[in-house]
Design a protein around this ligand. Structure first.
Ligand code: T5A
Length: 228
């Protein structure tokens, strides 16, 4: 049985992690099996790679090196978690996926999109999201949320969070273009409002996709019980 693959994209501070967690809770409460992962990371190898990518001491990292490191983390995550879980009929929610590489390393850093797509195809094993939420927010507003959190939690900003506004404006433009190219997969949502109404909207839009692919959880559990 095939599961449902949901990804969340957007700039720093857009609220992806917050919304991914709420969506996972809501879908679990609705009775579906759910796995929540993030990129880069989501596996032991991926989290180690995340440490290198986030470390401000590597401010001379070449854009193509970034592409390969994100790709390495993704390969591990797809092989170890995403593909097996989808194979079991689980809903997999991933906080960022291959669109982030196109937006950040492509539009932001200037790596050629053909190179990114070729590497992306290899590292994702052809596993594509069923639906992708682009949480759209003005860069300054998103970064403001992240900087406020950094002060409140006494955590340092990572290598990306210290980049200038111009970089994030290019990334945002890139995301919006990518979304326009694939209107059937993308749902662009305004991320500037309150958390709860946004969470409700994302849940409803997710359910439209989930209901088309998975049996309703009532029947799912009856079927399972029947097999015991
Ligand atoms: N990257 C990643 C690439 O360059 N290429 C790639 O291929 C990939 C996969 C990852 C970095 O790597 C880059 C992109 C990133 O720069 P990360 O730490 O995972 O680093 O970065 P983000 O995914 O951007 O995580 P953030 O935490 O910065 O942003 P989120 O997840 O969008 O925001 P969230 O939910 O953590 O919320 C941030 C703050 O805002 C508040 C939250 O409480 C929190 O304090 N908040 C709201 N406040 C007001 N209203 C709302 N609606 C709010 N929603 C959340």
């Amino acid at each position: 049985m095939d599961g449902v693959f949901i990804t969340l994209e957007g700039l720093e501070g857009a609220g992806k992690s917050t919304q991914a967690k709420i969506l996972a809770d809501n879908l679990t409460e609705a009775g579906y099996p759910v796995t929540l992962v993030r990129e880069p990371g989501g596996t032991a190898v991926g989290e180690a790679i995340r440490g290198i990518l986030a470390d401000p001491q590597y401010d001379d990292m070449s854009p193509l090196t970034e592409v390969f490191l994100f790709a390495a983390s993704r390969t591990q995550l797809v092989e170890q978690v995403i593909r097996p879980k989808l194979g079991e009929g689980t809903i997999v929610i991933c906080d960022r996926y291959f669109d982030a590489t196109l937006a950040y390393q492509g539009y932001g850093r200037g790596v050629h999109p053909t190179q990114i797509r070729e590497i992306g195809d290899i590292c994702s094993w052809g596993v594509r999201p069923d639906v992708t939420f682009l949480l759209d927010i003005e860069p300054a507003r998103g970064l403001n949320r992240v900087r406020t959190r950094s002060v409140e939690t006494l955590t340092k900003l990572d290598r990306f969070e210290t980049l200038d506004l111009g970089f994030f404006e290019k990334v945002r433009e890139g995301y919006l273009e990518i979304a326009q190219e694939e209107p059937f997969r993308f749902r662009v949502v305004d991320a500037t409002g309150e958390k709860d109404p946004l969470a409700q909207r994302i849940f409803e839009l997710s359910m439209d996709v989930v209901k088309k692919k998975l049996p309703d959880p009532g029947r799912l559990s009856l079927g399972r019980r029947g097999l015991e």
